[in-house]
Design a protein around this ligand. Structure first.
Ligand SMILES: [Zn+2]
Length: 227
């Protein structure tokens, strides 16, 4: 099996890339790698999130025990499309771009003990095949040399999609949804998700981690749509 994978990645995959070149979904520029969806130029044009956004999110999430909230990009139609294909259409190579954007915001990575992704319920994980927050979290941990664990925070409740719910229903939907399997005594934790919509999912995760004795909790996401 490993041998077959090696043959695929060394011989077949480069051939597929030549036969089926991909084009940037925004400017139509041809790209060598068919796993890409956006060219480097269009990617570099995405706007970084404004500083005021953290303040707004802090008010929205309203938990004084949450320290920093790191947001990579300002929300836009381009980013909305990228987040969609990243989450639902397996363009997972975007994870490293997203992680780089968040990494530039974190000035003291050495003070963070652990990065935890927002978990999916095992059933949803099976249905989707991957957890998009895990991919960003793993990439970010690698960039900043921080320990990464995807087995500490678990989602014990199968929640319906938050997208159709109002704020109160979202809070209710994720309340008691998470479980932390170990004590996080005295640790500084960064919890990462792909998008912050109302913040109720990340807030529920942060509360779970704080209940397990974490000292400081930071949150991070690629973007957040206007409230
Ligand atoms: Zn482009």
């Amino acid at each position: 099996m490993i041998q077959l994978l090696k043959i695929y990645s060394s011989l077949i995959e480069p051939l597929i890339n030549i036969i089926i070149p991909s084009n940037c979904i925004f400017c139509n520029a041809a790209m060598e790698n068919n796993k890409k969806i956006i060219c480097e130029i269009c990617y570099s044009e995405l706007k970084k999130a404004p500083v005021v956004l953290e303040q707004k999110l802090r008010q929205e999430i309203n938990n004084p025990n949450i320290d920093r909230i790191f947001i990579g990009y300002e929300y836009s139609e381009k980013l909305k499309m990228l987040m969609h294909v990243f989450k639902y259409e397996r363009f997972t190579a975007l994870a490293s771009h997203f992680a780089s954007a968040i990494a530039t915001l974190i000035r003291y990575p050495e003070k963070i003990d652990l990065i935890l992704p927002v978990p999916l319920h095992p059933r949803k994980h099976r249905e989707r095949g991957y957890n998009q927050s895990e991919l960003i979290g793993k990439s970010l941990a690698c960039l900043l040399s921080i320990e990464y664990r995807n087995d500490l925070l678990e989602r014990k409740k199968y929640t319906i999609s938050q997208t159709t719910l109002n704020k109160n229903d979202r809070i209710q939907n994720v309340s008691d949804a998470f479980f932390c399997s170990e004590s996080l005594h005295d640790k500084t934790i960064l919890i990462i998700d792909d998008v912050i919509t109302t913040g109720s999912t990340l807030k529920a995760c942060a509360e779970c981690v704080l209940k397990n004795k974490a000292k400081i909790v930071h949150l991070a996401a690629v973007t957040t749509p206007p409230f």
